[in-house]
Every structure is written in structure tokens, then in C-alpha cells.
Design a protein around this ligand. Structure first.
Ligand code: GLA
Length: 397
């Protein structure tokens, strides 16, 4: 009996080791989607400087955001100006007179983490030096500064430059530093990164740049919230997200003024449904009460951060009416009833569309109004405002 058990264990272990390697980067970080702030959407190139970043870190540490899970303070393009004779990256001394190490130390002193930006090509999108040919040198510099997160963009690449191998090079350079660093691939969905980026990065942009508008396809390819929602409905895309590796529908515009409060609520809710990184892109040191109440909705954040890491699937599309559902670690579902139309509409979700039998009794909790409905069977329906969502959890009894 003992021998048979032992043989069984060995056979099982052998079978396990014969399984193909998981298609996910195993660097120990981003087990749930990263949460924090990034300078680009509000401050772009012109407005970026160390005072803004320090004020942001102060605000995040003091206004409830840190307690709600926001952790990263990330600078985007325009912190770098050139390279010295030794090829070392040179910091923009006008914007960052105290240097990057001092800024990272300050952010760490607040119990937060620090992120930086680069590009796989010769220059960043704003024309600052890219990392091509300097990947290991740059990664070592980032680690020495105490960088916890690196976003790498896709501008000014060489003709025919291969995305997977370019990002793999930076992945290996970051790994060689020995410092745990979240690696954010930003190639805008150009080469369907969800198909190859799982073992390469912790997150990958699945879409072109977001714009601060609900429905605003721009000629050069920028996206409004509804365009991004459609891109996130690409067949199978949700199956590539999971702990350590996430689809990135781009950073949040909540609070930047181009959408209504209802639209921002829908934007934030849908990003939580996608298990998206929640990188706030507004001036958090000076935000309105509405913006604050959206960004600090703990129930919506809990859906985004659910440990199962299963991203939502669009289970119904009927013109401007959509229903999205994701399975949660506790066996419940998060459901978003989305109304893309100009008028309020009643939208329903049937239990059979979210993997439950009609007879199942559940408690439905509205994550924005906090209203609970008990003993609900078969379906749930609600009145959804124009350009809005009703986001609920459905918890079986
Ligand atoms: C690209 C990226 C943006 C931002 C800018 C900076 O457009 O997609 O997120 O980083 O570059 O120049």
C-alpha cells in the first residue's frame, strides 16, 4: 500500500512537471491589477515636474486613496533629456532638480511605490531618449533609483522592430537587477499583445490612447470610453488576464472634465469589470467630491482587485444595451448593466446568462447605491441612466 501511494505521488509529480509552463510572467508582482496614479493624462509633458509628483504622493497618502489600495506614483514621458558620454540616461534637471533618486525616496517615505517610463525605440513619443541599445544599463539605473514599476512605450521603433523580442529584452534586463519591478508593456494593442505578452509583462496596453470623452473616435486613433469598451470585447481577450498578467485598457480619465459624473462612474465601473489596472490620471491633490467618491468606491475597487483575477465577458449586446459579467473568488458574480444610449433604459440580466440556474436565489447588491435585494431568482433588472451603468454583485444564498 505504502509503495503504491509513493508511486502514485511520484507519477503525479512527474505529470505536473510535464505540464507546459504557465503563460504568465512569474516575477511575483501585480498579483492583482496595479493601482496608483500616472502623470500623463492630466499633466502630459508640459505640466510634469517634481513638485506635482510630490504633491500627488502627499495627497494619495493622506486622502484615503492609499488606504483604498492606490499604491504607485508613476511618472510618464518627459523626465529624461539625453545620455551622457557613458550612455547613462540624463534626467531633465529643470523638471526634477532634486533628481529621481530623491523623488523615489520621498514617495517610498510615504509608504508608496514609484514608477517610471521609457520606450523600446530610439525616442519616446514626446521625443525624449528611448531605451533601445541601453536596456540593461537603464534597468540597472532604475533599480539603483528604487523604481518599482516600468512602463515601456512603442514610439520611434526601428523598421521591422519586433514587439515580443523588444519587450522580452527589457523583461530580462529588469529581472537581472534582482529588484521586483512591475513591467507595463505599452504597444497600444498593435500586435495583439494579449496573445504573446503573458510571459513577458505584467500588463499590456490592449488599446490605443484613451481620450477624455465618452464617444470620441479621433482621426489619429484616440479612443473614447465606448470605443475602448468595444475593443475589450474582442473575442477571447478576457481569458488572457489573470494574477500577474493583465489587459490594460489605458489609464483613467475620471476627474479630468471631459465627461459627466455618470459617464465617469461608468468608465470606472467598466475598468473594474475588465480587471484593469486602476491608474488615476487626474490631479488628485485638487479633486472634486464627485471624483473622490468615484475613485474611492471600495466595493467597485474590490471587484477590480478580486483575487480570482477573472476579467469580465460581454454576455449580452443588444444595440446600446450591454451586460458584462465576471466570476468572483467567492462564487458570486459582478455584473455591469451598461446603457450606451442617450436615454434612460431598463436593462436586465438573466441568471442563465451568468452561469446560474434560473431557480438560484441570490442577494443582489448595487455597488453605487448600496441597495440590497434579497431572494432574487431568475433575473435582475434595473433602470440605467443614459451613458451609465448599474453595477451589482450577485451572491448565491
Ligand atoms: C503614448 C502612450 C501614452 C503616453 C504618451 C507619452 O501615447 O500610449 O500612454 O505614455 O505616449 O508620450
Amino acid at each position: 500500500m505504502k509503495i503504491r501511494l509513493c508511486t502514485l505521488v511520484i507519477a503525479s509529480l512527474a505529470a505536473l512537471s510535464a505540464l507546459p509552463a504557465a503563460r504568465a510572467l512569474d516575477n511575483g508582482v501585480a498579483r492583482t491589477p496595479p493601482m496608483g496614479w500616472n502623470s500623463w493624462n492630466k499633466f502630459a509633458c508640459k505640466g510634469l515636474n517634481e513638485q506635482v509628483v510630490r504633491a500627488t504622493a502627499d495627497a494619495i497618502a493622506g486622502n484615503g486613496m492609499k488606504d483604498a489600495g492606490y499604491q504607485f506614483v508613476n511618472i510618464d514621458d518627459c523626465w529624461q533629456t539625453g545620455r551622457d558620454a557613458g550612455g547613462n540616461i540624463v534626467v531633465d534637471a529643470e523638471k526634477f532638480p532634486s533628481g529621481i533618486k530623491a523623488l523615489a525616496d520621498y514617495i517610498h517615505s510615504k509608504g508608496l511605490k514609484f514608477g517610471i517610463y521609457t520606450d523600446v525605440g530610439t525616442k519616446t513619443c514626446a521625443g525624449r531618449p528611448g531605451s533601445i541599445g541601453h536596456e540593461y544599463q537603464d534597468a540597472r539605473q532604475y533599480a539603483a533609483w528604487g523604481v518599482d514599476y516600468v512602463k515601456e512605450d512603442w514610439c520611434n521603433t526601428l523598421p521591422g522592430q519586433n514587439a515580443e523580442s523588444s519587450y522580452t529584452l527589457m523583461r530580462d534586463a529588469l529581472a537581472a537587477t534582482g529588484r521586483p519591478i512591475v513591467f507595463s508593456i505599452c504597444e497600444w494593442g498593435t500586435n495583439k499583445p494579449w496573445l504573446w505578452a503573458g510571459p513577458v509583462g505584467n500588463l499590456w496596453r490592449a488599446t490605443d490612447d484613451i481620450q477624455d470623452c465618452w464617444n470620441c473616435k479621433r482621426q489619429w486613433g484616440g479612443n473614447g470610453v465606448v470605443q475602448i469598451i468595444d475593443l475589450m470585447a474582442a473575442p477571447g481577450i478576457e481569458s488572457y488576464a489573470g494574477p500577474g498578467h493583465w489587459n490594460d485598457p489605458d489609464m483613467l480619465e475620471v476627474g479630468n472634465g471631459g465627461m459627466t459624473t455618470e459617464e465617469y462612474r461608468a468608465h470606472f465601473s467598466m475598468w473594474a469589470m475588465f480587471a484593469a489596472p486602476l491608474l488615476v490620471g487626474t490631479d488628485v491633490a485638487n479633486m472634486s467630491a464627485d471624483t473622490r467618491s468615484i475613485l474611492l468606491n471600495r466595493a467597485v475597487i474590490a471587484v477590480d482587485q478580486d483575487p480570482l483575477g477573472q476579467a469580465a465577458l460581454r454576455v449580452k449586446k443588444d444595440g446600446d444595451i450591454e451586460v458584462w459579467s465576471r466570476q468572483l473568488a467567492d462564487g458570486g458574480r459582478a455584473v455591469a448593466l451598461l446603457n450606451r444610449s442617450a436615454n434612460p433604459l431598463s436593462i436586465g440580466v438573466a441568471w442563465i446568462d451568468i452561469g446560474y440556474p434560473s431557480s438560484l436565489r441570490a442577494t443582489v447588491r448595487d455597488l453605487w447605491t448600496e441597495k440590497e435585494t434579497h431572494d432574487q431568482t431568475d433575473h435582475y433588472a434595473a433602470q440605467v441612466p443614459s451613458h451609465g451603468v448599474v453595477m451589482v454583485t450577485v451572491m448565491p444564498h
